[in-house]
Design a protein around this ligand. Structure first.
Ligand SMILES: Cc1cc2nc3c(=O)[nH]c(=O)nc-3n(C[C@H](O)[C@H](O)[C@H](O)COP(=O)(O)OP(=O)(O)OC[C@H]3O[C@@H](n4cnc5c(N)ncnc54)[C@H](O)[C@@H]3O)c2cc1C
Length: 497
């Protein structure tokens, strides 16, 4: 019998924890190394003065991917997590005063409140197209290998139906500007502007509107706690405050890692949840092929970062649901600032999450917890967010608050009881991601595919996991990708000499 390979996973975010589970159930000894004091990465819980905030991944779609993860370890998800369906899913506030609720089976509500907005027949055609993309995505994922998946995606891209970008597709089917703007937002959740995103990504519209949007009761950090519990039972070692500074290689094969305190740990297989470019640049700077590999990726750049305001509010804004978007007056200008000028948009689309609507104990009675998020560009080399804080009267924070006040959240500034601001500078430090990116690296060449190679170039038994290499940046896709990667690793181990 072959000796079991020792596996090290760099990063204790959702990617690292779920990959560890998929590999531990196959019997491999796994160690997770996380640089921060707590695991979870982008999924974080912050509590103060009776307010609770869960950052990252508040919207759960395709819940079967989560139950499948638990089932892999012979566990029932229901014993660990309660998923609460949200309907309405989102409330959309427009600068002209129009408000639209996105509900389950949205198109069926047209005969009532949404009738004035668009033609039902066209929307039904659009929704059928989204369903078609969802079904083809499911088929591709079932296919036996990543290679097959990619080949099929490329074939489809060249197919007549797949040549348009999402914005053009919406132009064909959605004749009403408010509705078009809402659906153009979906690819932004994948860090792609609608005018560059492949319609393949419209599967997200179908999966959310048809299969539903869920919330993890008590907040998304419950998922991290549940995974940690199962990983301990499976014997996975989780080390926190363990920052990897080097991946050690010999003869083009990984042999271990080095931590910043000088500790070296042996490994036969390494998975990095840091994006491939940063992994080569920072952890493999001694590897002879690194300059050549990095040159090949010159064109790639970090995708978007985010700006968060966590506000404990001495008031209840009755008009807010659990998930709300305050849309921009000028979507083209917003994309131009974010993707071309690489500056925060003058009038950003702002998300406001209020988990106390579903979990009342997340805020003291008569108060609300507002998690306010907007996309901003990642920081360039040597840049800091400080310049967007000064002068105070023109700061980005104030711009966001003033926008929300103008669009209906009256006296928001005055109602703030407690506040935390999280900027790309903090995200860069906390996540160790390039420029504070929350979606990894995006390839200019493959704008349409949220996918790069997950197997390292020129180094055996080094693999990448996480947003930069997954089918998408959200939880279901990270889980599906990790399942595939763990199967591939097992195949590679079994066929290695
Ligand atoms: C604002 C926001 C909202 C989101 N909303 C949703 C949503 O509603 N639904 C959804 O499905 N998804 C959502 N997502 C996406 C989802 O949260 C992420 O895709 C997922 O959490 C990413 O996990 P990860 O493990 O790939 O990356 P990360 O969470 O970034 O984990 C990487 C980990 O690696 C660690 N690390 C970095 N460098 C080192 C090193 N040298 N040594 C050791 N450790 C290191 C970091 O500290 C971090 O813990 C959202 C994300 C954000 C930011």
């Amino acid at each position: 019998m072959k000796k079991k390979k020792r596996i090290i996973i760099i990063g204790g975010g959702l990617s690292g924890l779920s990959a560890a589970l998929y590999l531990a159930v196959k019997g491999y000894p796994v160690i997770i190394l996380e640089k921060n004091k707590y695991v979870g990465g982008q999924l974080r819980r912050i509590q103060k003065k009776g307010f609770t905030f869960h950052i990252g991944a508040d919207m759960i779609t395709m819940p079967e991917t989560l139950s499948d993860l638990f089932a892999c370890a012979n566990k029932k998800m229901e014993d660990y997590l309660t998923l609460v369906p949200l309907d309405p899913q989102w409330r959309m506030f427009f600068p002209d005063g129009v408000t639209i609720d996105i509900t389950n089976h949205f198109s069926q509500s047209f005969d009532h409140e949404n009738r004035q907005f668009l033609s039902r027949a066209l929307f039904d055609q659009y929704f059928n197209l989204c369903k078609h993309f969802y079904e083809s995505m499911q088929q591709n994922i079932q296919s036996s290998s990543f290679q097959t998946f990619l080949t099929q995606q490329f074939k489809q891209l060249f197919d007549r139906n797949y040549k348009r970008n999402i914005h053009e597709t919406h132009h064909l089917f959605l004749d009403e500007p408010h509705i078009k703007q809402i659906f153009d937002l979906f690819p932004m959740l994948e860090s792609l502007p609608a005018n560059q995103a492949s319609p393949l990504l419209l599967y997200t519209v179908y999966s959310q509107l048809h299969l539903g949007l869920y919330y993890i009761k008590d907040g998304s950090y419950r998922l991290i706690e549940a995974l940690v519990q199962i990983l301990y039972e499976l014997g996975v070692e989780i080390r926190t405050e363990a920052e990897v500074c080097k991946i050690l290689t010999e003869c083009f094969e990984v042999v271990g890692i080095e931590l910043t305190d000088g500790t070296q740990l042996p490994a036969d297989v390494i998975l990095s949840s840091i994006d491939p470019q940063s992994t080569y640049k920072h952890l493999l700077c001694d590897f002879s092929q690194t300059p050549k590999i990095l040159k090949k990726w010159d064109q790639n750049e970090p995708s978007l970062s985010g700006h968060f305001l966590l506000l404990g509010i001495n008031n209840v804004y009755q008009e807010l649901l659990h998930h709300n978007y305050f849309l921009t007056k000028n979507p083209e200008q917003e994309l131009h600032f974010l993707f071309d000028k690489k500056e925060p948009a003058p009038d950003p689309t702002v998300y406001v999450g209020v988990s106390s609507c579903t979990d009342p104990h997340h805020a003291p009675s008569g108060k609300q917890n507002l998690l306010i998020f907007s996309h901003v560009p990642t920081l360039q080399e040597g840049e800091s967010w400080e310049k967007y804080r000064k002068p105070f009267y023109a700061s980005y924070r104030l711009k966001v608050i003033s926008k929300l006040e103008k669009m209906g959240l009256h006296h928001l500034e005055r109602n703030i009881d407690w506040e935390v601001e999280i900027t790309p500078t903090e995200l860069k430090e906390y996540l160790g991601s390039a420029g504070g990116s929350i979606y990894g690296i995006r390839s200019k060449k493959h704008h349409n595919l949220p996918f790069h190679s997950f197997k390292a170039n020129k180094i055996h038994f080094l693999y990448f996991i996480g947003g930069s290499v997954s089918y998408g940046h959200h939880i279901p896709m990270i889980l599906l990708s990790n399942k595939k990667i763990s199967e591939q690793i097992e195949r590679d181990i079994q066929t290695s000499p």
